[in-house]
Design a protein. Structure first.
Length: 274
C-alpha cells in the first residue's frame, strides 16, 4: 500500500472516531479540504502521523476542540460578495415585504459578519422589527464570537466598500462603535437574532422559513451531504421561500434541482416551487 492510501485510511478512521466519540460528523466532507486542515494541525504539533492524532483526539478533549476549530469554515466578511446582497435587496426584499412576519435561517453563520450584513439590509428596508433571524453553526466557540459582534478595525475600510457596493443607504459607520483595535456591532442589530447550535450533517428540520442562506458552506461537502443539506433546507422552508447559496455552489445535479427555480442565477438565489 502506498503512503497516500495509508493516509486515506487514517483520515477515515479519524473522522469515524470523531463521530463516535463526540457526535460531530465530518465523514461526508470534502476529503481534500479535510486532509488539508488535518495536515495543517499536524504541522503545528509534535505528532508525526494522523494515527497519532487519532489517539490524541480520543483522549484529549482540548486537542479535539482545537481540531474542531480547524474544521470550521471561518472565511467570511461583512457584505461578502456585494453583488449578491445588492440582488437580494432588489429581488427578494420586495417579496418579503408582503409577509406580516418573517423567519430567516442563516445556516453556517461562522463568526456572524454576513448575518449582521443581512440585519443591516432588513433595517434599512424597514423589515427588521418584524423579522426573527436564526443564525446557526456547529461550533460553539465560533457562535460565541458571532454573538459578541466584534469586528477587527483593520477590516472596516473593506467592509465599508462592500457595504457601498451592496447598495447601502446610510453610512456604514452608523452600524458600529470603534473601541481600541476592534469595532462593536450596534446593539440594535442583535435583538432580532438568535444564535444556535445546529449541524447540517446530523441535525433535523429547522422551522418554517421565508428565507434560508447557506453560502460557501456546501463547497466543503461531498455529494451525499450536499443532498442532505438541500433536502433539509427544502423541508425547513415555507412554500415559495427563498434559498441563497454561495458563488461556487449550485442545485444542479442534486436530488432537489426541480423543486426550486432560479430567481437570479448569477447571484445563486433560488425559490422553492414544490
Amino acid at each position: 500500500m502506498s503512503k497516500i492510501e495509508n493516509e486515506n485510511i487514517e483520515v477515515e478512521l479519524l473522522l469515524e472516531t470523531i463521530f463516535q466519540k463526540y457526535g460531530y460528523d465530518f465523514r461526508y466532507y470534502s476529503r481534500a479540504s479535510i486532509k488539508r486542515r488535518i495536515k495543517h494541525r499536524l504541522a503545528l504539533t509534535k505528532l508525526n502521523t494522523i494515527s497519532e492524532m487519532l489517539g490524541q483526539v480520543l483522549y484529549d478533549v482540548k486537542f479535539f476542540e482545537t481540531l474542531l476549530l480547524d474544521f470550521s469554515v471561518n472565511v467570511t466578511e461583512m457584505f461578502r460578495d456585494p453583488f449578491f446582497f445588492k440582488i437580494l435587496r432588489k429581488e427578494v426584499i420586495p417579496v418579503l415585504r408582503t409577509y406580516p412576519f418573517l423567519k430567516i435561517w442563516h445556516a453556517g453563520c461562522a463568526t456572524g459578519e454576513e448575518v449582521y450584513s443581512l440585519a443591516i439590509i432588513l433595517k434599512e428596508e424597514g423589515l427588521y422589527d418584524k423579522t426573527q433571524i436564526y443564525a446557526t453553526d456547529f461550533n460553539e466557540v465560533i457562535l460565541h464570537k458571532a454573538k459578541q459582534g466584534i469586528i477587527p478595525l483593520d477590516q472596516i475600510k473593506q467592509y465599508t466598500l462592500n457595504y457601498q457596493k451592496a447598495g447601502g443607504k446610510e453610512s456604514f459607520a452608523n452600524y458600529y462603535t470603534a473601541k481600541y483595535d476592534s469595532a462593536l456591532i450596534d446593539q440594535s442589530l442583535k435583538k432580532g437574532i438568535v444564535f444556535s447550535d445546529h449541524n447540517l450533517a446530523t441535525d433535523g428540520v429547522f422551522g418554517e422559513m421565508n428565507l434560508i442562506l447557506c453560502r460557501n458552506v456546501m463547497i466543503y461537502f461531498q455529494k451525499e451531504l450536499q443532498n442532505r443539506a438541500i433536502g433539509l433546507f427544502k423541508d425547513s422552508m415555507c412554500n415559495l421561500g427563498f434559498l441563497c447559496l454561495g458563488t461556487k455552489e449550485s442545485l444542479m445535479f442534486s436530488e432537489y434541482e426541480n423543486d426550486f427555480e432560479p430567481v437570479v442565477k448569477k447571484a445563486k438565489i433560488f425559490r422553492r416551487i414544490k
